[in-house]
Design a protein around this ligand. Structure first.
Ligand SMILES: NC(=O)c1ccc[n+]([C@@H]2O[C@H](COP(=O)([O-])OP(=O)(O)OC[C@H]3O[C@@H](n4cnc5c(N)ncnc54)[C@H](OP(=O)(O)O)[C@@H]3O)[C@@H](O)[C@H]2O)c1
Length: 212
């Protein structure tokens, strides 16, 4: 599949490299041609502008800071409908200082992207650090990492589920786009625990105990 990636940082690198390895055609789009070319050379994909990556294929990953997203979507013609109906994968976390969600009190990140674009947005890959996505495969003693997907479009969910499997992970349908805000909040909570040196796995009982 042709996958456009907006951004040339850690998440673009981690996921783009994996998808190139899995045989996909990836076009990285960044604002710095030098950084974009360097990543493309390292990962084995192509290099282009943000505009070119957004138009490249049936799936586009937004690997950008949340604060930069509205401006970039506007520059891509979101208000004029340029992204309407497209499959956008949103891995962003709107986490500010103190591990507080900057979206608090308003729509979540994924919802805002959907509202601004009319795109078929799937929330995915935001809940774990890039170091995990770089593992080949991202799996631990209890099996492949489960990747929660939130979105409203069945075909888009299936496409992203296949991209999850290509990493060696297990897709987990986690509800509609309205659930994405819960995933974003949970991730902010997890990040706070990890940064405090607390292993969130300690919070969770075995499945059978929780469901008895
Ligand atoms: N890193 C993680 O472990 C992780 C895990 C899960 C989710 N996330 C989320 O994924 C997203 C990307 O994270 P990341 O770690 O990949 O970030 P990053 O390494 O800082 O990369 C961000 C990318 O966005 C570009 N960018 C920033 N502002 C821009 C603007 N105004 N216009 C155009 N491009 C702009 C940067 O370009 P320049 O290089 O030119 O500055 C860079 O290519 C974030 O929302 C983050 O919360 C990160």
């Amino acid at each position: 599949m042709r996958i456009g990636i907006l951004g040339t940082g850690n998440m673009a690198d981690a996921l783009g490299t994996q998808w190139v390895r899995a045989g996909h055609q990836v076009l990285f789009g960044g604002r710095s041609p030098d950084r974009t070319r360097a990543l493309a050379a390292r990962a084995g994909g192509g290099a282009g502008s943000l505009q070119e990556a957004a138009a490249f294929g049936p799936a586009t990953l937004l690997a950008l800071p949340h604060a930069a997203v509205p401006g970039i979507l506007a520059s891509l013609g979101a208000a004029e409908g340029a992204l309407r109906g497209r499959l956008l994968i949103d891995c962003t976390n709107a986490v500010g200082p103190g591990f507080v969600l900057t979206t608090e009190g308003g729509p979540g990140a994924a919802r805002s992207i959907a509202d601004a674009t009319g795109a078929r947005v799937i929330k995915a890959f935001n809940h774990l650090p890039d170091a995990v996505w770089r593992l080949t495969p991202p799996a631990f003693a209890d099996g492949p990492v489960a990747v929660p997907l939130c979105g409203d479009d069945e075909e888009a969910l299936e496409t992203v589920a296949a991209l999850v499997r290509d990493l060696g992970c297990a897709p987990l349908t986690a509800g509609g786009l309205d659930r994405a805000a819960y995933l974003e909040t949970t991730t902010a909570f997890l990040i706070g625990l990890w940064h405090s040196g607390i292993d969130p796995r300690r919070l969770l009982p075995p499945f059978a105990a929780a469901t008895a």
